[in-house]
Design a protein around this ligand. Sequence first.
Ligand SMILES: Oc1cc(-c2ccc(F)cc2)cc2nccnc12
Ligand SMILES: [Mg+2]
Length: 214
Amino acid sequence: TGTSRPQRMLKAVQKNATKGDPQSVISAIDYYCRHKEWAMNVGDDKGLILDSVLMEVNPSTVLELGTYCGYSTVRIARLMSPGSKLITVEFNPAFAEVARQIIAYAGLQDKVTLVEGSSGDLIPKMKERFGIKYFDFVFLDHWKDSYAPDTKLLEDCGLLKKGTVLLADNVICPGAPEYLKYVRNSPRYESRYYKSNLEYTKAEDGLEKSVFLG
Ligand SMILES: Oc1cc(-c2ccc(F)cc2)cc2nccnc12
Ligand SMILES: [Mg+2]
């Protein structure tokens, strides 16, 4: 059997990045995935949009749904202010194991809590387990069919407040049609599409930014 794609990505980080330097971790992953082996990180094109929306919000609390190898976790956490917290949820234990090591290599482990499990099970436990009142920013990057139900669950659990920003990856490719319909038609959201490319390719993809209106 040998190594997995996430394990090979981790090796590339350990070989080419500088410990404690998040930007070098991001660059090492982007180089590896563009020139050696594609992987489903948000990537550098959409990553620049993620960076700018994140900086605009300057959140104290962030929820990421779908950690994978921790690329977007590092992109987000590197821009967060001291004392702010990022909770990232990953269903796949093998992905979570690699992500922990990549997040630690970047030196961002103190800002990040990685939780293994299903978002549907964990969202209702956020308040009691992590003392979270509200999330200021939510990055949706997990299973596309879960985007809409998890958004409704976040509303029902009182985890969104007026001004909370949801940013969803892959709304074109692989696509999240039910989610787009929901946030674009709901009077409780102000939505906008940021056109970009599927990571490391020329195919179209984009991010949907939706502001919760309360
Ligand atoms: O950014 C992504 C891209 C893809 C993906 C896979 C295969 C393709 F051909 C195209 C796109 C899947 C994803 N699943 C979960 C979270 N993010 C994903
Ligand atoms: Mg994605």
